[in-house]
Design a protein around this ligand. Structure first.
Ligand SMILES: *Cc1c(COP(=O)(O)O)cnc(C)c1O
Length: 406
């Protein structure tokens, strides 16, 4: 690897860092008001100190083991494999991590950094509510005040997570601007942060936003790929032919991709294809290079740069932007990005429930659509690794309502 820093105590590898401006190629950077610059500089310094400090890694590793339940298992989905009739399908079980998704890996790491910086208050945005729950959990664990912004539409779609956040002691603030979804919640969280930057850390939930967030979040999520690469070698005796993960802002995908970047392994990100028509959230496969939420990346916008309405059945993928490192991987062709529709995802959701006894998140179901397709195409000698980003407990009301189940 080009710039792997082996002095990082077995924690997220430091290959492919961004340049001094926080960019990978033309993507990323910092497009924020002057007032936010100082806060980002402070965070970047805190991040660099933490990553260079063995005590930080030791604290995070202990929590990862005893609080989160890492390493999460690598599971061979035998019945799904048999049914598809192609390559072996392996699931990296982030759904078994504490709070039910990969989000906790990032929330705990950032909470430790916030504490090291002396911040008492955390603001966060949330879409599906998984990041809000992870943030509320990390804040409870460290005695920090959590304030979570969530779109009204998402609060309706993901009610169980709203209740969980409140039980964990977080304040949940409904966002009524715009469509009342993730993008709007993110705007309000940033506004709060700017107004309270002295005592507040903004704990972003995905690998997007201004530098250093995309890099910070990738470092904290890279544990997914590190574990699964070693687990594949141990269990399958080889690396997978393809790694497949769903992409909202891109944190679980960049986390699982990272360790495979120098390997002859296809990296496939799955975006929300929505209705299959004009309504979708395919930022990479259907967007333009623009600036959103402080960084340059692919954005779903019109010719004037106005962000357009997005749609996905899954709140966690319903976002018009995407992290800049994915934009870079897309532009160089190192990773491929494909859409899966709402309907296709519901079919994949049912198949994992019925064939494996695992209820996946709707976000994750998008990855399963493409994983099945790739496994089929590869044939029986292949191996496909899927980032099973989260469990579907949060989605059961929504799916039941859609199907008229009581
Ligand atoms: C939040 C979420 C996602 C999407 O976020 P990324 O940052 O793209 O990973 C995917 N799956 C689950 C289960 C989530 O909770």
């Amino acid at each position: 690897m080009s710039s792997t820093n082996t002095a990082q105590h077995g924690t997220p590898a430091d290959a492919y860092p961004p340049d001094d401006m926080g960019r990978w190629g033309e993507f990323g950077g910092r497009f924020v008001p002057e007032t936010v610059m100082a806060a980002l500089d402070e965070l970047e310094a805190g991040m660099n100190e933490a990553f260079a400090d063995p005590a930080f890694h030791a604290e995070l590793a202990l929590l990862a083991r005893d609080f989160v339940g890492r390493p999460t298992p690598l599971y061979l989905a035998e019945r799904l494999t048999e049914d598809v009739g192609g390559a072996r399908i392996w699931l990296k079980r982030e759904d078994l991590a504490h709070t039910g998704a990969h989000k906790i890996n990032n929330a705990l790491g950032q909470a430790i950094i916030a504490k090291r910086l002396g911040k008492q208050r955390i603001v966060a945005e949330t879409g599906a509510g998984q990041h809000g729950v992870a943030t509320a959990t990390a804040c409870a664990r460290f005695g920090l005040k959590a304030v979570v912004y969530m779109g009204e539409e998402d609060m309706r779609r993901q009610r169980p997570n709203v209740v969980r956040m409140k039980m964990l002691g977080a304040e949940v603030i409904p966002v009524t601007n715009g469509a009342g979804t993730l993008k709007d919640a993110l705007n309000d969280a940033i506004r709060d942060w700017i107004a309270n930057v002295e005592d507040t850390h903004y704990l972003i939930g995905t690998a997007a936003g201004p530098h250093p967030y995309p890099y910070l979040v990738r470092r904290l999520q890279a544990v997914i790929g590190q574990e699964s690469r070693a687990q594949m070698l141990e269990r399958a005796g080889r690396l997978p032919d393809a790694v497949v993960a769903c992409v909202g802002g891109g944190s679980n995908a960049i986390g699982i991709f990272h360790s495979f970047r120098d390997d002859p392994v296809r990296l496939i990100g799955v975006e929300a294809g929505g209705t299959g028509g004009a309504l979708h959230a395919r930022s990479l496969s259907g967007g333009k290079v623009s600036i959103l939420h402080g960084s340059r990346s692919y954005v779903l916008c019109d010719d004037d740069g106005q962000v357009v309405e997005t749609h996905s059945i899954s709140a966690g993928l319903d976002y018009p932007g995407v992290g800049p490192e994915h934009a870079f991987l897309h532009s160089t062709g190192r990773a491929e990005f494909i859409g899966a529709t709402d309907d296709e995802s519901l079919v994949a959701f049912d198949r994992l429930c019925h064939l494996e006894g695992i209820i996946p998140a709707l976000e994750t179901s998008h990855a399963l659509v493409i994983a099945e397709r790739i496994a089929h195409d590869l044939g029986p000698t292949g191996d496909v690794l899927v980032g099973l980003s989260g469990r579907g407990d949060k989605d059961v009301d929504q799916i039941a309502a859609r199907r008229g189940m009581e």
